[in-house]
Each structure stands twice: as structure tokens, then as C-alpha cells.
Design a protein around this ligand. Structure first.
Ligand SMILES: [Zn+2]
Length: 119
């Protein structure tokens, strides 16, 4: 049984591909609930940290044709040196790894009293 105030959930850790290209750390984590909410809407997880994701959204909105439909021609044989008929763009982003995220809230003295409730 989990102790009162102890919270844990699953999440993922990844490195931001834009930060990596710029030479910054760019490590970020996100909860599995975020991934599930995106998947429900048909989206996919991002390989960008929240700051780069916001910048990318701004950049994409300024493009007349931000996305192109591409046909998959095969899997990448070497993730560190992906090449194809048009050349390569550098190493692919690292895979996201699953992490346990936990917090202990038992030291907090937060309470709601009857007098705090409005009727
Ligand atoms: Zn980033």
C-alpha cells in the first residue's frame, strides 16, 4: 500500500533534438498521461523539449505548407548515420526511455477546513 502523501506515476525521459543540434543539454521528461492524451487525438510524442516545442509551433505557423505527406520506403538501418536516396540529416533523436516519477507530499500541511467552503 502506498503511504499517505506518496505519489508516483510513469513517465518518459528524452533528449530534445533541437537543443542537441544547438549544443545545449535539452533533457526533458513528460508523464505517460501526456503521451496518452496526445495519442487519443491521433498525435505522436514530440522529440522537442517544451521550450523548443513552443518555438517550433510558432515557426510552423509562419509556413505556407508546414507538412508534406511522405511515403515510408523502409526502416533506418543505422540510427547514428541514417542515409537514403537524398542523403542524411545526421543522427536520429535518441529513443525515449521510461522513468518512474514519484513525489512525497506527506511533509506538506495542506488542509481544507469547513469554514473555507462557501455554501
Ligand atoms: Zn529543446
Amino acid at each position: 500500500m502506498t503511504a499517505r502523501g506518496a505519489v508516483s506515476n510513469r513517465g518518459y525521459a528524452a533528449l530534445c533534438k533541437d537543443c542537441a543540434r544547438a549544443g545545449r543539454d535539452g533533457g526533458f521528461e513528460y508523464p505517460s498521461s501526456w503521451l496518452e492524451s496526445i495519442a487519443v487525438r491521433g498525435g505522436t510524442r514530440s522529440n522537442r523539449c517544451p521550450a523548443c516545442r513552443r518555438q517550433h509551433t510558432t515557426d510552423v505557423r509562419s509556413m505556407a505548407v508546414p507538412y508534406l505527406e511522405l511515403d515510408v520506403i523502409g526502416l533506418v538501418a543505422d540510427r547514428m548515420n541514417p542515409t537514403g536516396p537524398l542523403g542524411g540529416l545526421g543522427p536520429l533523436p535518441e529513443m525515449h526511455r521510461e522513468v518512474d516519477r514519484s513525489s512525497d507530499l506527506s511533509s506538506l500541511t495542506v488542509a481544507l477546513e469547513d469554514k473555507s467552503l462557501s455554501r
